[in-house]
Ligand binder design. Structure first.
Ligand code: NOJ
Ligand code: CA
Length: 661
C-alpha cells in the first residue's frame, strides 16, 4: 500500500502519470496541455486524448486479430513503469540545427487472464506536440510467431473535424489532397491532417515503420467520426508476419494549437533513435540540375536513340552549367540498359551496364574535375527482387565511379505481386537504405514508402517523393496552386519532399500544348523555402535559366537550415515560411488561386537593419494568363518592419534578408 502510494506520488511529480486500481493511467505532456488516459474495458485496452479543454479522441479500443490464434482478449495490467526524458540533439541536416526531445513516458505491461496468457506492452509517450504509442510483443511462453490479420487501433475522433486526406491506394500516394468534413473520409493514407473549429491541428501518422506494414485509416460505421488502422496486406491477406519480441511502429497523434505550429513539430523525428555513428561528414545537402524534365516533356527519351537524354555530351553540358552556377550535383536518368523494357517484365534493368552513348568513366572524371557530384539513378519499375539481387553490384559500380547519391524509383506495380506499402516492401525500402548507408550513399527515393522519421537514424535517407510532384504538370491536368499550400501540412510533416521545383518556362507550348505549370515565376522561387528538402532540384531545362535575373534566388537559397518558422498560414489558402542559415533569413510565401495581400511581422529578426532582396509577383501576374511578371527589389528593413506581401492568383513571394554592415 505504502509502496503504491510512493509510486503514485513520484509519477505525479515527475511524469504526470496517475494510476488507479482498475488499470487506469493518465500521462500528460511536459507542459500539461495534452492528457492521454488509458484504461481497460472488458479486458480490452482503451485510450482517450484531451488537449487543454478540447477532446481530441474519445474512448478508442486497441487490439489485434491473428491467423491461427484468437484475438487478444481479457487483458489486465500487471505492471507499469514511468520515465521522463529531455535532450537537445543536433541534426546532421534538417529544418532546424537543434531539436528539443522532451517527453513523459509510461510503459504498461499487459497479460491475458486466460489459458493463452499472451503478453504485450503498450508504450506511450506524451510530448508537447503530440502523443505517440506503440505495441511491444513480448517473448511469449509458447508461440512467438504472429501473423497479424488486423491491427485494431481505433481513432474515435471527438468531432467532425475538417480533414485533408488522400485515398488509401496501396500503390500510390500521388493524389491531390481533398479537404472535406472528416465524415466524408472513407479510407486514407497517413499523414491525415485535421483541424478543429478552434484551430487546433491534429495529424495522424506513424513513426519508425520497420518490419511491419504501412498503416492506413478506414472509417467505421459506428460511432460517428470513428476510424481504425488498416494495415496494407500481403497478397495472401496477412498484414504482418513477425516473431516476438518485436515493436510495432509508433502510432502518432500530432497536436498543435494552430497550423503554423505544425511546421515546428519534431515528434516524428524524436520518436526515431539517434544514428549509430557520429561522423557523417560525407553527407552533404545541396542543389542539383539534371537530365530529367526533358523526358517528361517528351523532348528527350530515357531509352537510347536519336533523342536520348543521358548522353555523355548532354550530361557534360549539365555539369558545366552546374559548375558555373555553383550547384552541387547533376542527375542523369536513362543511363542504363533496360529502359526499353520499363514496365514490361522481370529483370529488365541492369544497374551496372550503361547505354553505349553514356560513358560513366569519362563523366565521373569530368564531374570530379569540376567539383560536381553525379547523381545516379536506379529505376526498378517495381521489380524490387531483381534490384535486390543486383544491389551490391549496383552500389559497387557507382562507388567505383565516384557516385555517392542515388535516386531510386518504383514506378510500376510490384513484381511478382504485392503492394508498395506492404511489409515486404517496407523491408525492401529499409534494406536499400541500410545497404546505402554501408556504402556511404545518400538516397532520394521516388515512389517510396512514406517517410516516418527514419532519416534521424539513417541520415543518408535524404529526400523522396510519395506525393504529386512537379512531373504531374508535364503529363496531366497538373497540380493546382492550392497543392503547394497543403503539402507542408500533410505529406511534408512526414519528411523531406523532392518536389523538383524551379520551372521557369511555365508554359512549354513548344513541347506540350495543353499542359502547363499552375504557378507564377515568383511562386516557383517560393517553393524552395516552403517545401523542405535537403536536396533541391532546379528542374527546368538549363537553357531556360539563361539571362533570368530570378535564377539568382535559386542559386543562393540554402537547402539545410538552422531555424524554421511558419509565419502565417491557412491550410489550403496560403502559407508563409521563414528559414535561417548562418544568420541569413529566407522567406517563401505561396497562395492558392486567390490573390492576397498579407502583412507579416519581422520580429523574429534580432534588432538591427537588414537588406531585403525580394522577388514578388509583378503587375497583373496570374498563374494561368500571365505567369512571368516578377519584381525584384532591394530595401532596408528591421525587426520592427510590418511587411506587406502581395501574392497574385497562384502567386508567390521569396526573399533573402541579410544584416547590413
Ligand atoms: C517517376 C519519378 O517520380 C520521376 O522523377 C522519374 O523521372 C520517373 N519515375 C522515371 O524514373
Ligand atoms: Ca513519381
Amino acid at each position: 500500500m505504502k509502496l503504491n502510494f510512493i509510486k503514485i506520488l513520484l509519477s505525479l511529480l515527475f511524469v504526470s502519470s496517475i494510476s488507479f486500481g482498475s488499470g487506469e493511467h493518465k500521462i500528460s505532456s511536459p507542459d500539461g496541455q495534452i492528457v492521454f488516459s488509458f484504461f481497460l474495458r472488458d479486458g480490452i485496452p482503451n485510450y482517450e486524448v484531451v488537449y487543454g479543454d478540447e477532446s481530441i479522441i474519445n474512448s478508442s479500443a486497441m487490439s489485434f486479430k491473428f491467423k491461427n490464434q484468437p484475438e487478444l482478449s481479457n487483458l489486465s495490467c500487471i505492471d507499469y513503469k514511468t520515465n521522463n526524458f529531455r535532450e537537445v540533439w543536433t541534426t546532421v541536416w534538417g529544418q532546424n540545427k537543434k531539436i528539443l526531445n522532451e517527453y513523459n513516458e509510461i510503459i504498461l505491461s499487459l497479460e491475458e487472464k486466460n489459458p493463452n496468457a499472451r503478453k504485450i506492452k503498450i508504450i506511450v509517450r506524451a510530448y508537447n506536440d503530440g502523443i505517440a504509442f506503440r505495441y511491444h510483443f513480448d517473448e511469449q511462453k509458447e508461440n512467438n510467431y504472429f501473423e497479424i490479420t488486423d491491427e485494431q487501433t481505433y481513432f474515435n475522433f471527438a468531432d467532425n473535424f475538417s480533414a485533408w486526406w488522400i485515398p488509401n491506394d496501396y500503390d500510390s500516394e500521388e493524389y491531390l489532397y481533398r479537404n472535406t468534413p472528416l465524415d466524408q473520409m472513407i479510407a486514407a493514407h497517413t499523414p491525415v491532417t485535421l483541424q478543429s473549429k478552434k484551430g487546433t491541428c491534429i495529424v495522424i501518422h506513424e513513426a519508425e515503420l520497420k518490419n511491419y506494414a504501412g498503416m492506413t485509416l478506414e472509417k467505421n460505421s459506428y460511432p460517428q467520426n470513428s476510424y481504425k488502422s488498416v494495415l496494407v496486406p500481403y497478397p495472401d491477406g496477412i498484414r504482418v508476419k513477425q516473431t516476438a519480441p518485436f515493436n510495432t511502429p509508433w502510432r502518432v497523434i500530432i497536436i498543435t494549437p494552430n497550423a503554423e505550429k505544425l511546421i515546428s513539430s519534431n515528434i516524428i523525428l524524436n520518436l526515431n533513435p539517434p544514428p549509430a555513428d557520429k561522423n557523417y561528414d560525407w553527407i552533404k545537402p545541396g542543389k542539383y540540375v539534371g537530365v530529367w524534365w526533358a523526358m517528361h516533356l517528351n523532348k528527350e527519351s530515357w531509352v537510347t536513340g536519336p533523342n536520348h537524354g543521358a548522353t555523355t555530351e548532354n550530361v557534360k553540358r549539365y555539369i558545366d552549367f552546374a559548375a558555373e552556377n555553383k550547384f552541387d550535383a547533376v542527375l542523369a536518368e536513362g543511363w542504363n540498359k533496360g529502359w526499353e523494357m520499363w514496365g514490361k517484365g522481370n529483370g529488365a534493368f541492369s544497374y551496372t551496364e550503361s547505354f553505349s552513348d553514356f560513358d560513366i568513366n569519362e563523366l565521373s572524371k569530368y564531374a570530379k574535375s569540376k567539383n560536381i557530384a553525379l547523381i545516379g539513378h536506379h529505376e526498378t519499375g517495381g521489380d524490387y527482387l531483381s534490384y535486390e539481387k543486383q544491389l551490391d553490384a549496383a552500389f559497387n559500380f557507382y562507388k567505383e565511379n565516384n557516385v555517392n547519391i542515388v535516386k531510386t524509383g518504383y514506378a510500376g506495380r510490384i513484381r511478382p505481386n504485392g503492394y508498395h506499402y506492404g511489409q515486404e516492401m517496407v523491408n525492401h525500402y529499409n534494406l536499400v537504405m541500410e545497404k546505402a548507408l554501408e556504402y556511404k550513399i545518400m538516397l532520394d527515393v521516388h515512389e517510396p514508402i512514406k517517410p516516418t522519421g527514419m532519416c534521424r537514424t539513417y541520415p543518408n535517407l535524404m529526400t523522396g517523393e510519395g506525393f504529386r510532384g512537379m512531373e504531374w504538370n508535364a503529363w496531366s491536368k497538373g497540380n493546382p496552386p492550392e497543392h503547394i499550400t497543403v503539402l507542408p501540412f500533410t505529406r511534408g510533416l512526414s519528411g523531406p519532399m523532392d518536389y523538383t521545383p524551379g520551372i521557369f518556362d511555365l508554359k512549354y507550348d513548344q513541347y506540350k500544348k495543353d499542359e502547363f505549370v499552375k504557378s507564377t515565376l515568383a511562386n516557383q522561387l517560393a517553393h524552395y523555402v516552403v517545401l523542405y528538402s535537403p536536396f533541391q532540384m532546379a528542374a527546368d531545362l538549363i537553357e531556360n535559366y539563361k539571362d533570368q535575373p530570378a535564377f539568382e534566388f535559386i542559386k543562393n537559397v540554402p537547402t539545410d537550415w538552422d531555424t524554421t518558422l511558419a509565419l502565417k498560414a491557412v491550410i489550403g489558402d496560403y502559407v508563409i515560411i521563414a528559414r535561417e542559415k548562418n544568420d541569413v533569413w529566407y522567406i517563401g510565401a505561396v497562395t492558392d488561386e486567390n490573390e492576397r495581400d498579407i502583412i507579416i511581422k519581422l520580429d523574429f529578426l534580432e534588432n538591427g537593419n537588414y537588406l531585403m532582396k525580394s522577388f514578388s509577383d509583378g503587375n497583373n501576374a496570374h498563374y494561368i494568363t500571365n505567369p512571368y511578371p516578377i519584381n525584384i527589389k532591394e530595401e532596408i528593413i528591421s525587426e520592427k518592419t510590418e511587411y506587406k506581401i502581395h501574392l497574385a492568383p497562384g502567386g508567390g513571394f521569396a526573399c533573402e534578408i541579410r544584416k547590413t554592415k
